[in-house]
Design a protein around this ligand. Structure first.
Ligand code: C5P
Length: 409
């Protein structure tokens, strides 16, 4: 059950920050649980945490040296602390002491952990653990209220016997419960208001297209559809009515989204136009550029040493959408490039008359097609935005934020 509910952690970069409390020993188990759920984990410890558990234990369990100070030149040389803050798709602080909560609430940056938390744009989860009187103190409760207002997720603490022989609220939640309670990153993000797209209809295309050569073979591509599905989900959560036109993929339909499954570029074009009128079109599909002029009715037999395929151009759905005038407020395209990303993306922005184009480099490790991760930059006529690389779910949320901004521009 815990594993299933934490499947969104798969492939995520989790930065676990460990505070100085006796419960720090439970964080060793937490590293193991996070890794079991598929996350990659790096650990940063406060000075206090190192009084309870050794960095070596965290290194052994996480597979990375634990970070202990801002002033370690060797660690900084391999990955600077700002880079580490950017690496994280999410930060989990466990145990979060009263002191750490106070530092976070007031924006202190006087040690490694507090600096990482201030330097990140990733969502933060805290799992507090402390003496029950410290927990119930108005200062701690006020700090928590501040953090909650900033969308920091709070897990626990639990009620029960405490280390000092007393009893009350202050026990760190069990590692299994913490992992099971970690909110999907997209939900935890401090983004635009949930209803930002209320009353608007969004059509998203996603996935590859398959162009049939004969009854058993097709021309396809390696698009997984994950980015388009994440964008559709994100738009829906902001209150939009969403139609998702999808090529052949193996993905569940996001809640509340109307899905239309298609196979070829021609079918995708038909389904997209059937979904109009709409306010926003987001073309995230990897549409085939060419299709067989005449698919064979029977299986093509091998005969000669070589075989030439006669292909013709497919309709450019995105260009056609951008050219029509059914009241669309914003047309967004994607560009997957292997080189000169900015140049080609800006070229497409102009050539296809788009409002926004999202470019990512494919053919590099840990990004683009088939991956849960992505690295992307959006371009519009007067500007551009570089997104911090990471989970497609978070990037989808940030893209929808940008779309909301561009709608208002
Ligand atoms: O020109 P290129 O294929 O690189 O442009 C990519 C963008 O154009 C994507 O947004 C894709 O969904 C869209 N496209 C389309 N129809 C095509 C080819 C690409 O809508 N036939």
């Amino acid at each position: 059950m815990a594993k299933e509910s934490a499947s969104h952690l798969k492939g995520q970069h989790v930065l676990l920050c460990v505070g100085g409390g006796i419960a720090a020993y439970k964080s060793l188990e937490l590293v193991r649980r996070l890794r079991d759920a598929g996350a990659e984990v790096q650990v940063a410890m406060t000075a206090g945490a190192q009084q309870f558990v050794t960095p070596l234990s965290f290194q052994a369990l996480s597979g990375h040296p634990a970070r202990t100070t801002l002033w370690d030149s060797a660690a900084e040389a391999s990955m600077g602390h700002i880079e580490l803050a950017r690496w994280a798709d999410r930060i989990v602080i466990a145990p979060a002491t009263a002191d750490l909560l106070a530092k976070l609430a007031h924006g202190f940056a006087d040690d490694l952990v507090s600096t990482l938390c201030l330097a990140t744009t990733a969502p933060i989860t805290v799992a507090p653990a402390m003496n029950h009187r410290m927990w119930l103190h108005p200062a701690t409760q006020a700090n928590l209220a501040t953090l909650r207002a900033r969308n920091v997720q709070v897990i626990g603490p639990e009620d029960g016997p405490l280390a000092e022989g007393e009893s009350g609220p202050g026990r760190l939640s069990e590692p299994e419960a913490i992992v099971a309670s970690l909110a999907p990153v997209a939900e935890a993000l401090p983004t635009t208001t949930p209803g930002a797209l209320h009353g608007l209809k969004v059509v998203v295309s996603a996935g590859p297209t398959y162009e049939d050569l004969d009854p058993v073979r097709y021309l396809g591509n390696r698009s997984s559809g994950k980015m388009g599905f994440a964008v559709a989900d994100s738009a829906r959560r902001r209150g939009a009515e969403v139609v998702l036109v999808s090529g052949p993929v193996h993905l569940p339909t996001p809640a509340g989204v109307t899905r239309v499954d298609v196979r070829s570029a021609a079918q995708m074009r038909e389904a997209v136009f059937a979904a109009f009128p709409a306010d926003i079109y987001i073309g995230a599909a990897a549409v085939a550029d060419y299709t067989p002029r005449a698919p064979a009715t029977n299986k093509i037999k091998k005969s000669n040493e070589s075989l030439a395929l006669d292909l013709v151009r497919t309709p450019d759905i995105l260009s056609e959408v951008a050219a029509q005038t059914q009241g669309l407020k914003l047309v967004v395209g994607f560009a997957a490039e292997t080189e000169n990303v900015a140049g080609y993306a800006r070229g497409k922005l102009v050539a296809k008359h788009l409002d926004l184009i999202v470019a990512n480099r494919v053919g590099v490790a840990d990004g683009g097609f088939e991956s849960d991760q992505n690295a992307m930059t959006a371009y519009w006529q007067e500007g551009e935005r570089v997104f911090t690389p990471g989970a497609k779910t978070r990037l989808a949320d940030e893209l929808i934020d940008l779309i909301v901004e561009r709608l208002d521009a």
